[in-house]
Write a new protein. Structure first.
Length: 129
């Protein structure tokens, strides 16, 4: 028997700022705000929740794991929306025919926005950025 992912947990200094940013980014809802922790969940119930928990120390190095987000329209539109929500752009990566943008959330956790359907991506290319 193997383990299953129950919750993705994100350490942060300000759970309200980081958790609400990710709720906006993903179109999810804040479902629990107990004490200093904040949990968001997919309103469709399709994905596991994300828990934001307070830790005393700030982030000091590059993430070893990160989320890749696939936009519903174009990468540039999604990047602009996420910057309006509080993200900052680190840069764009061009790799042969693929491209994506690396961003940081309000506490500098890196994540990527991949190309979307308006950029020529299709679901048949699953696994291709």
């Amino acid at each position: 028997m193997t383990s299953a992912i129950d919750t993705l947990t994100v350490d942060c200094v300000d759970t309200g700022v980081v958790g609400r940013f990710w709720a906006t980014a993903l179109g999810w809802a804040v479902v629990d705000e107990s004490g200093t922790d904040l949990e968001i969940a997919d309103p469709r119930g399709a994905d596991r929740p994300i828990l934001f928990q307070v830790v005393p120390e700030p982030k000091t190095a590059k993430n070893r794991w990160h989320l890749d987000l696939r936009p519903a329209t174009s990468m540039s539109d999604e990047v602009a929306r996420l910057v309006d929500a509080g993200a900052s752009v680190l840069g764009r990566i061009d790799d042969d025919e693929n491209f994506w943008t690396v961003l940081r959330d309000p506490e500098d956790n890196e994540f990527c926005v991949l190309r979307g359907p308006d950029d020529g991506w299709s679901p048949e290319e699953r696994g291709s950025t």
